[in-house]
Structure formats: structure tokens, C-alpha cells
Design a binder for this molecule. Structure first.
Ligand SMILES: Nc1nc2c(c(=O)[nH]1)N[C@H]1C(S)=C(S)[C@@H](COP(=O)(O)OP(=O)(O)OC[C@H]3O[C@@H](n4cnc5c(N)ncnc54)[C@H](O)[C@@H]3O)O[C@H]1N2
Ligand code: MOO
Length: 393
């Protein structure tokens, strides 16, 4: 049985379905989405030379003064005259520099007596001190945001300052989530006998809550081919995510049910631990990810595949999760032919893996802050070696 390497699985995943259609949305609705085109400034910022401090607008050549104060320039209410030799205006942070003035004397270094202004400190050290030149931040036509950039709070703000009212983004992604398994009862229901509370569906919904998604909750589906087939055939979504029933047991029916519903499986079984039995395919217009049922396997495959696929569909240029490096706190054994994602905690800047890595154990996942990535066939690692990690907290 050949297993698909993680990186190959990710690129095959992105080939399943292109990003969805674009739409223009008002700035407040664009947060957390990805730019579907380059965003160019519609204005210059600042639009004029401005004061960066509260004080007095002067001519640098007139230092050390004294000066006569002839008016005031406040933010949004500029002084409309001209500052001549040994004249000054009162000025405030963000206000336009009056014509003729080129430098600001901060008020802590100024003496004021009626209209008379004197130097009461070191004064500005150079021409233009405490001012901001027109266009310091950007000019009309400057690219503020590139296609595929995430619309972070700072990018929403720069778009607003650039004079934009709406931004082109990909429409929201409809994600259908189905848990499968006769043993499951809805989260929040006390199970009887050998029943088990459903946790993968609630975990997945929480894991994608920060992405631009509309979730269609298909609830818990039974381990019956006809019921799974009918539920899958009725799905209207961009992405169907199932959990459980992905392996080889007699009750692992997700694959045959998808095929019975008219779907196709593009690849199945990844060189990954935990999460090996994951499958990926298509069902009508939807991409499909069949995640393994073990809760930690579902978490790891959602981190490596579900979130990146949603980001890809939403137009992200870099849909894959960000990794980092950290020093290991302890030795780790050699790894085998599957990339291993070890639940670990970072203490005093060093990563420590949990001793037991069973993929059913949610408490160790809940206590972990990162996954240590152990590449395929990695040799033993020593405490103090650096290792790649994925942050999960
Ligand atoms: N003979 C083999 N057996 C198994 C293999 C294999 O290669 N050969 N692979 C193992 C691996 S690895 C995994 S992972 C599991 C995944 O199997 P399934 O995807 O078929 O998962 P289930 O059997 O349906 O469930 C596994 C486990 O997880 C619990 N579960 C399922 N769904 C949920 C949910 N929504 N919330 C909470 N818990 C859930 C379920 O009760 C089971 O305990 O297969 C191995 N077997
Ligand atoms: O890969 Mo399974 O996902 O180890 O438990």
C-alpha cells in the first residue's frame, strides 16, 4: 500500500477545485478574507505635509527665534495664510503645515507670552523635524495589498486610509460537516452504555470559525451505506468534510457511500501519523475530505488539509499553515516512513512531546500548544536540536 506524502497530498488537494467566485464587500465584511485582486491606493497619504507633534510651525532658518504667532493649524482645519520670516503658527499633531513653514518646535521646548514665542529648550535639530512629508506612507496608485494576501486588521485599515470603500474577495466558503458513527450522540447529550459524545464536528467547526465559512452541520450520520449515500447526495457545499468511517473496517463506509452518491476519490491514505486513512475527492461541485474518526487524527488532518483547502478556495496565496522552529527539550527516537506530528508543550522555550501519542487521547491534545513535526525517516534527535513545529494554541 503506497501512502501519499503530506506535501504531495496538499498540492493534489488544491488541484481538486479552484478558488470560488469573487465579490466586492464593504471593508468591515472583508476582515479575515483574502484579496482577490491587487488593491491600489486611491489617494496619497498624508495628502499634505503634516505636523507630527503639538507645538509651533516655524521656518528652520529663523532659529533660534523669537517669533510672532499669527494663527493656528489644527487637524482638519488648516491655516490658510503664509508663515513669513520670524512668524509661527500654533499647530497640532496631524494638522497641515502652513505655507512657508517647514519645521515644528514642540511645545515642551517653547515659551509663549501672548503672541510672542521664544525657544525654551534645544529646539528642532534639523529642517523638517517633527513633520511628515506628503506621501510619506503611500501615493495614489501604490499597491497596498497584493492578490492573495489575507485581509488582516492592518490591511483593512490601510485600505480605508487609501480611500477604498469595498474590497474584492472570494465569496464565503460553504462547508458541510458530517460526523459518522452509530456510537455517537450529540455533544451535550449524556451517552448511555457504549455510546460516546460526538466531538469531531464541534472541534472542526471551532477550528474553522476564524475562516470565511458558512457551516452546514449535517450532524451525526449512521454507519449505513444507504443513509450515508443519501446524505452525501443531498449536500450543497463547496467542501464536504466527514469524520470517521475512513479506515478498512466492516463499518467504514464513507468511501463506498461517496462513490454510490456519484463522487470520486482522488487519493486515500497519507504518509502521516496520526491521520493516515484520510481520503480526498470530489462530489459534484464540492471537494470532499474524509477525515479519520480518531479525534487527534481528525485534528491533525484538519490542520494540514481542511484549513488549507478552505484558504485555497478563499483565494489565499499561502494556504498552508505557518511552521516555526523550536529547540527540543528531550531526545526523540528515529522516525519511520510517515511524517509524525507529536503533541507537545513548550516550556521555557523548549518543546516536550507527550509520552503517549495515542490518536484517541484528546486530553493530551487539549494540553498541547504545538505539534512537533518529525520528517519521514528522520534520525534520532537530541535535546537541544532544533525541530519544526506547528502552533496549535
Ligand atoms: N486494520 C486496520 N485498522 C485500522 C487502521 C488500519 O490501517 N488498519 N487504521 C487505524 C487508524 S490509523 C485510524 S486513524 C482509525 C480511523 O478509522 P476511521 O476513520 O474508520 O474511524 P472510526 O473507526 O469511525 O473511529 C475511530 C475512533 O474515533 C471515534 N470517533 C469517530 N468519530 C468521532 C466523533 N465524531 N467524535 C468523537 N469520536 C469519534 C470512534 O468512536 C472510534 O473510537 O482506524 C484505525 N484502524
Ligand atoms: O493515523 Mo491513525 O490516524 O494513527 O490513529
Amino acid at each position: 500500500m503506497t501512502l501519499v506524502p503530506v506535501a504531495e497530498a496538499q498540492s493534489r488537494l488544491f488541484a481538486l477545485k479552484p478558488p470560488v467566485a469573487t465579490e466586492d464587500v464593504p471593508l468591515p465584511h472583508a476582515a479575515g478574507r483574502w484579496a482577490a485582486a491587487d488593491i491600489l491606493a486611491a489617494r496619497t497619504q498624508p495628502v499634505a505635509d503634516l505636523s507630527a507633534m503639538d507645538g509651533y510651525a516655524i521656518r528652520f532658518a529663523d532659529l533660534p527665534g523669537p517669533w510672532t504667532v499669527i494663527g493656528e493649524s489644527a487637524a482638519g482645519r488648516p491655516f490658510d495664510g503664509t508663515v513669513d520670516a520670524y512668524q509661527a503658527t500654533r499647530i497640532f499633531t496631524g494638522a497641515a503645515m502652513p505655507a512657508g513653514a517647514d519645521t515644528v518646535l514642540i511645545q515642551e521646548e517653547a515659551g509663549r507670552d501672548g503672541d510672542r514665542l521664544t525657544l525654551a529648550g534645544e529646539g528642532p535639530g534639523h529642517l523638517g523635524r517633527n513633520t511628515r512629508a506628503r506621501g510619506l506612507d503611500f501615493h495614489t496608485g501604490t499597491r497596498l495589498i497584493a492578490t492573495g494576501d489575507r485581509l488582516t486588521p492592518a490591511r483593512i485599515a490601510v485600505a480605508a486610509t487609501g480611500g477604498l470603500a469595498t474590497l474584492p474577495v472570494r465569496r464565503r466558503i460553504r462547508v458541510a460537516i458530517a460526523a459518522t458513527g452509530d456510537e455517537l450522540v450529540p455533544a451535550g447529550t449524556m451517552p448511555l452504555g457504549s455510546q460516546l459524545p460526538e466531538s469531531n464536528g464541534v472541534m472542526l467547526a471551532a477550528m474553522i470559525a476564524d475562516l470565511p465559512v458558512d457551516i452546514v452541520d449535517l450532524g451525526i450520520l449512521p454507519d449505513r451505506l444507504d443513509a450515508l449515500r443519501d446524505a452525501f447526495a443531498a449536500v450543497e457545499a463547496d467542501l464536504l468534510v466527514t469524520t470517521g468511517g475512513a479506515s478498512v473496517g466492516d463499518h467504514d463506509l464513507v468511501r463506498p457511500a461517496l462513490e454510490a452518491a456519484g463522487g470520486t476519490i482522488d487519493f486515500w491514505r497519507i504518509a502521516l501519523r496520526p491521520g493516515k486513512p484520510m481520503m480526498a475527492g470530489r462530489l459534484g461541485d464540492a471537494a470532499v475530505l474524509g477525515l479519520p474518526g480518531n479525534p487527534v487524527s481528525a485534528f491533525v488532518t484538519a490542520t494540514l488539509f481542511v484549513r488549507p483547502l478552505i484558504a485555497h478556495l478563499a483565494g489565499a496565496r499561502d494556504p498552508l499553515p505557518q511552521t516555526g522552529t523550536v529547540l527540543l527539550g528531550e531526545d526523540l527516537p528515529a522516525n519511520g516512513p510517515r511524517t509524525d506530528y507529536l503533541r507537545a508543550e513548550i516550556r521555557e522555550g523548549r518543546a516536550y512531546a507527550s509520552t503517549i501519542q495515542d490518536s484517541s487521547m484528546l486530553l493530551t491534545l487539549a494540553r498541547s500548544t504545538c505539534l512537533i513535526v518529525r520528517p519521514t525517516d528522520a534520525p534520532p534527535a537530541k535535546a537541544g536540536d532544533s525541530a519544526e513545529i506547528l502552533g496549535i494554541a
